[in-house]
Design a protein around this ligand. Structure first.
Ligand code: AN7
Length: 307
């Protein structure tokens, strides 16, 4: 989707890739359908993942569809409400870990060493094969590659996948990856033990595909930088109020990065997940509702303010 307000504010020709339009509301579906299909092909009866929320929602949905059992390990109290609801509705066993995502990933790796269940985190190569199709679609839809791709970075599977897609398409846009300031291990060059950010999806301190992500960014002559929670929420509200697009906070990190650090030419910002995933953050950062008695004068005042 073209983004006229964002183009005007940034001075670039900005487009948005709405990954929230995928079946479970995030880009994870692109890779999850492939990973779960492969698991079925290999005779697995169960899939498991660690997740900040979206991987869990997607794994649960595709496992349900395939008739597999699903278990998801999430950091207790740290995943958005919509994602939790999705995983539960799809019948996955949801384990609330008293720990963070990095600990959860470590534990699921151990779990699959001990049991014949398929791991569907993005360390699974089938996930990357599915997710690279985002790059094909963007090039097909624009008629050519963009100059720059802005994308949020958490566990670093997605930036790895986009680059694989571009390489296979024989194009080379610059990749601009953005981490949240409180969870920016790649930017700092060291793991973050206690990552914190309002963008719970990218609250990750030790990305599994760290090296591949660094390679992708370097090969594309791109950059990886950090944005603050305040900048993320500013971009989040700007998208909602000026572009009419509701994404989740992590997705707004890519736009926050563009606004803070700039870019040149035609820019695609990947909005990785739908805003409805995280109603709590939405309500906390928006204006309050206006109460009214059921009388026309009251409603006039409430609806039209002082006009
Ligand atoms: C909306 O669901 O890691 O760099 O466990 O949900 O490939 O990790 C989610 C990540 C960006 C970062 N935007 O992608 C998970 C999980 C949204 C996300 C990312 C995530 P990666």
């Amino acid at each position: 989707m073209p983004a006229p307000a964002l183009s005007e504010r940034s001075g670039c020709d900005v487009w948005l890739k709405l990954e929230g339009c995928n079946p479970t509301g995030s880009f994870k579906d692109r890779g999850m359908t492939v990973a779960v299909s492969a698991a079925v092909g290999e005779g697995a009866t169960a899939v498991v993942c660690a997740s900040t929320g979206n991987t869990a929602a997607s794994a649960a949905a595709y496992a349900a569809r395939a008739g597999l059992r699903g278990a998801v390990i999430v950091p207790e109290g740290k995943i958005a409400t919509g994602k939790l609801a999705q995983a539960l509705v799809h019948g996955a066993r949801v384990v609330a870990l008293r720990g963070n995502f990095d600990q959860a990933l470590h534990l699921v790796r151990e779990l699959v060493d001990r049991h014949p269940v398929a791991l569907v985190n993005s360390i699974n190569p089938f996930r990357i094969e599915g997710q690279k199709t985002g790059a094909f679609e963007v090039c097909d839809q624009l008629g050519e590659a963009p100059d720059v791709l802005c994308v949020p970075v958490g566990n670093a599977g997605n930036v790895t996948a986009w680059w694989k897609g571009f390489v296979e398409y024989q194009v080379a846009p610059r990749l601009h990856g953005y981490q949240a300031e409180g969870a920016a291990p790649i930017v700092r060059g060291a793991p973050v033990e206690n990552p914190e950010t309002v963008a719970s999806a990218i609250r990750i301190g030790n990305p599994a595909r760290w090296e591949e992500a660094t390679d992708a960014i370097t090969s594309s002559r791109g950059e990886i930088r950090a944005v603050s929670d305040a900048e993320i929420l500013d971009a989040y509200r700007f998208l909602g109020e000026r572009e009419g697009v509701f994404c989740e906070p992590a997705s707004a990190a890519g736009v926050a990065g563009l606004l803070r650090y700039g870019a040149e030419g035609r820019v695609v910002c990947v909005l990785t997940g739908h805003g409805l995933k995280d109603p709590t953050t939405a309500l906390a950062s928006a204006a309050p509702v206006v109460p009214s008695e059921p009388a026309i004068e009251e409603v006039e005042r409430a609806a039209l303010g002082g006009e």
